[in-house]
Every structure is written in C-alpha cells, then in structure tokens.
Write a protein that binds this ligand. Structure first.
Ligand code: NAD
Ligand code: IPM
Ligand code: MN
Length: 362
C-alpha cells in the first residue's frame, strides 16, 4: 500500500478511551496509519453542546475507516431526565451511522475455543457456534419520524421501506455465500414479528422475494421471541441471521454471552461505499470505567474487522485474531471472563493489551 490509510478514532465515553487506545497500539504494529482523534457522544456534548459536530462527520467521510469506542453514561442521562430537550450521547452514534449511510451492521459470534467454559451456557450447546448477525442499522423504530412526547403519552414510529429491506437482505445472502465452503452450506434466517407488526410482514415478504435470487441458500424465518430462545438452545444451527434494527440490537447482546462476555463481540457497520465504522457491540460500561479492568478484546477484534473489511488487510486482521486466541489460550482473563478455573490468571486492560502485543511481536 503506497498511501497511508487515515483512521478516524472516536473514543467516546466511559471505557471508550481505555479500549480504543489499547486497540490503536495493536493496529500500529501492523500498518503505517495516520490517526485523527475526535470527540463523539457525551465528550462532544461537554465540549460543543452536541453529540456530533459537522466537523467530525466531515473528518469521518474523508477517512479510510472509523474506529469507535462507545458513547453514553449516567451524567448525560441525568441531564436529559431534568431537561428532555438536552442532547443525548447516543444521538452522536445514531447520527454518524446515518450520515455515513452505514445500513449494514455485521456482528459475528464465534466463541474462542479457550472460552467455551466461560459462558454460563453449557459447552455442548455452544460448541460449533459460528454465526453472523446482520442487523439493519439506519431504519426502523430507531429512526421513526414521530418520536415524540405528550403529557402522559409517548410515540415511536417504526417504518421500513422495501428498498431498505432489500438491500440488507442482499447483504445477508451475500455474506452467507462468502461464509460457505468446506462442510458449511449457506443458510439465512430472517427474524421478524410478522404475527403482530405490519413492518415485519413487509420485511418477511421482501426477504422471501430476495431469497429466490439465491436458490442454493437455505432460508427460513423465525419470530423474534422464538429466535431469542433458539439462540441459546441450539446456537450452532444458525449461520446468517438477518433482522431489523431493534431486534438485531437485542439478539446480538444475547448472543454475546455465547462467547463468554459482551466484552468479546466486535462489529462492522458498512454502507454501499465510503468508510466503514468499526466498534465493539457493548457500550460505555460506566460501572467499570476508569478502573483499568475493561476487556479490550471486542474492540481489538473490531480493529481486525477494520483491517479486513475496511482496509483490505486480511492477513494483518488474522494476525490480530490469532494473537487474541493465543492470549486466551495462555489463560489471561479480564474480570468479565474470569471463572477461577485452573490455568486462568485475572488481569486488567493493560496486561491483556501487553500480552496481545507480545503475541504479535512473537
Ligand atoms: P454496556 O454494554 O455498557 O454494559 C453492560 C454490562 O456489560 C455492564 O455490566 C458492563 O460493565 C459490562 N461490559 C460491557 N463492556 C464491557 C467490557 N468491554 N469489559 C468488561 N465488561 C463490559 O450497557 P449499559 O450498561 O446498558 O449501557 C451503558 C451506556 O452505554 C448507556 O449510556 C448506553 O446508551 C451506552 N451504550 C453505548 C453503545 C455504543 O456506543 N455502541 C452500546 C451499548 C450501550
Ligand atoms: C449498539 C448500542 C446503540 C444501539 C445505542 C447506544 C444507540 O446499543 O450499538 O448496539 O442501540 O444501536
Ligand atoms: Mn446495543
């Protein structure tokens, strides 16, 4: 690569700065990057009075990829509680997703072998799990036109257009095709609430029509309540799960527990062109922020997705994933993963980061 990729770093709030600085150190071992750091979320509200500024949107547009920590925290929740018109950190995240057209959020769930006993679920249920949640990210109830309050009533509108459903369905079917090979044949499961919601009935009709373009892909539907149950009872049977914004948010946090901790789950948010945004699935974890104990691995694995999907650096991405695997095999565990089993050592963010760096440096 002749030109140095420019990565915009948006640490955000809570544990965001701790986990993104750890990831930056790791990525710097693998490429020659220009980093540009900006405020988002609560940190931006404190400085500029809004969660996302035009300057930051512009910087992201001009970047090769964006790495984000997390936004939000009780301080800003309290401000909104006393003044409903106060800005919310989460508006920054929703805003940047919308501005960059990042309609496809890919959340892979593949437990590391060393963590098969770190989950509260039994090992025999989890073994073989390798699924991908494809979450629609710029539509649905998150972006309804009429989020509003009356004196004793509130409204959130959920709308989906055929075009929005078609494009996310195609992402899911293409992803299933890419993931197939060996003894894996492509499979897409669409999740909705078509027994109740009109948007879900349109979702089901539309995804079913797109499925006809992919006759070699096994295709089925689940209602979301059933899907939530099946995800913990037989997770290894899923391949690609495609679903709307809110259901994808909830199901992905649920599936994180298959990997042992929410602190393990990475994600990539992609549009049709332009830079992608890479971020852990978890939030700003205000309960542990500043204590040096946050698990940085979800962010490092998001960094690996940034390298592979954002910058086309597939072998460097694999290097990060193998280093994480090595550190887990060596028994290092941040508190969210620590079970006290023989061979485990409880460590903080700094120690686990050093260990990943040492693995990469050989
Ligand atoms: P959360 O994901 O921040 O935390 C849930 C639980 O998981 C907490 O007990 C936390 O300590 C733990 N946890 C999360 N990440 C961890 C990590 N890397 N290492 C160790 N433990 C970890 O969810 P929440 O508490 O419901 O939300 C807190 C704030 O984060 C809210 O303001 C919410 O809006 C925001 N949030 C932001 C994002 C994002 O920026 N992408 C995602 C989810 C929530
Ligand atoms: C996530 C988060 C966000 C979402 C919030 C913070 C707006 O939970 O990225 O999963 O709901 O999309
Ligand atoms: Mn979420």
């Amino acid at each position: 690569m002749t030109e140095q990729p420019l990565i915009v770093l948006l640490p955000g709030d809570g544990i965001g700065p701790e986990i993104t600085s750890a990831t930056r150190e790791v990525l710097d071992l693998l490429g020659d990057f220009i980093w540009e750091e900006h405020l988002i979320g609560g940190a931006s509200i404190d400085e500029h009075g809004q969660a996302l500024t035009d300057e930051v949107v512009q910087a992201c547009r001009e970047s090769s990829a964006v790495l984000l920590g997390a936004v939000g925290g009780p301080k800003w929740d309290a401000a909104v509680a006393s003044d409903p018109s106060a800005p919310r950190p989460e508006q920054g995240l929703l805003g940047i997703r919308k501005e960059l057209g990042l309609f496809a959020n890919l959340r892979p769930v593949k437990p590391f072998a060393a963590l098969l006993d770190a989950s509260p679920l039994k090992r025999d249920r989890i073994e073989g799990t390798d699924l991908l949640v494809v979450r629609e990210l710029t539509g649905g109830i998150y972006f309804g036109e009429s989020g509003r309050r009356g004196d004793d009533v509130a409204f959130d509108e959920c709308a989906y257009s055929v075009q929005e459903i078609e494009r996310i369905a195609r992402v899911a079917f293409e992803a299933a095709a890419r993931r197939a090979g060996g003894d894996r044949s492509p499979k897409v499961t669409s999740v909705d609430k078509a027994n109740v919601l009109e948007t879900s009935r349109l979702w089901r009709e539309t995804v079913t029509r797109i499925a006809e373009e992919y006759p070699d892909t096994e295709f089925d539907h689940f209602l979301v309540d059933n899907a939530a149950m099946q995800l913990v009872s037989r997770p290894a049977d899923f391949d690609v799960i495609v679903t709307e914004n809110l259901f994808g948010d909830i199901l992905s946090d649920e599936s994180a527990m298959l990997t042992g901790s929410l602190g393990m789950l990475p994600s990539a948010s992609l549009g049709t062109d332009g830079p992608g945004l890479f971020e852990p699935v978890h939030g700003s974890a205000p309960d542990i922020a500043g204590q040096g104990i946050a698990n940085p691995l979800a962010t490092m694995l998001s960094g690996a997705m940034l390298l592979r999907d954002g910058l086309g650096m597939a072998s460097e991405a694999t290097t990060v994933e193998e280093a994480v695997d090595g550190v887990l095999r060596a028994g290092l565990r941040t508190p969210d993963l620590y079970t006290g089993a023989e061979g485990e050592t409880e460590v903080g963010t700094e120690e686990v980061t050093r260990a990943v760096i040492e693995q990469i440096q050989g």
